[in-house]
Design a protein around this ligand. Structure first.
Ligand code: SF4
Length: 213
């Protein structure tokens, strides 16, 4: 089910609504493919880990920023207004501006998270020779990997090895990056703090114009 249905209605007939629908389709495809991975394996991120976001702030493509802005406008309108005023709920010098240290699951905009956040702990990649490979997340505790049955390590596994050890291989990250780039072809990316305020302001203005105000 769409997480931005109300925002899409307000943007009906605009170029931005078309972009948002295409981005949501990519996000839904990721979810479907990851569900296959999760249903066939017993491997997932450690409960409430969040280490990958502690000192990391994602760079966003235009389509990802538009999705995040639309999601905020629909689901956290006060935060959307705050961001439009160039302020963030969890400001930090280094790291994501939506990472809540005190919340169990840390991400305060889970439904709006960009591509990297959707894929980081559950994706494969292409090796230099073009083969799909999988490697456990670098933040996964080594002792937990060693305790897995069968034991795993911080190393790269081929498709065959991954399927043998875990039963399935997760989707490849760059396949989805290409799809998101194709929606809004400019490949420039900007940090959340750099791109989001203008993007929220832009969407709020278009919504206002679309409503004939
Ligand atoms: S958007 Fe959420 S998942 Fe992504 S880096 Fe920020 S806090 Fe982490």
């Amino acid at each position: 089910m769409s997480e931005i249905q109300a925002a899409l209605l307000k943007l009906q007939g605009t170029h931005e609504a078309e972009i948002l629908q295409q981005i949501e389709e990519v996000y839904e495809e990721i979810q479907k493919k990851q569900q296959i991975w999760y249903s066939k394996t017993d491997f997932s991120c450690p409960q409430a880990c969040g280490e990958c976001c502690r000192n990391f702030e994602p760079d966003l493509l235009e389509g990802e920023a538009l999705y995040m802005a639309a999601w905020l406008i629909q689901n956290q309108s006060e935060t959307a207004d705050q961001v439009a005023a160039e302020s963030f709920p969890f400001p930090r010098e280094k790291g994501c501006q939506f990472w809540n240290e005190n919340a169990t699951y840390h991400c305060s905009i889970y439904g709006a998270r960009p591509l990297i956040c959707r894929l980081f702990g559950a994706s494969s990649s292409y090796s230099k020779t073009g083969d799909i490979v999988w490697k456990p997340c670098k933040f996964y505790p080594a002792q937990d990997l060693a305790a897995h049955k069968p034991p795993l390590a911080h190393k790269q596994y081929s498709v065959e090895e991954t399927k043998c050890l875990l039963g399935e291989i997760p989707p490849a990250m760059s396949d989805f990056t290409e799809k998101v780039v194709a929606v809004t072809p400019a490949e420039e990316t900007l940090l959340i703090r750099e791109i989001l305020p203008e993007t929220v302001k832009r969407l709020l203005w278009i919504i206002k114009m679309n409503a004939g105000e």
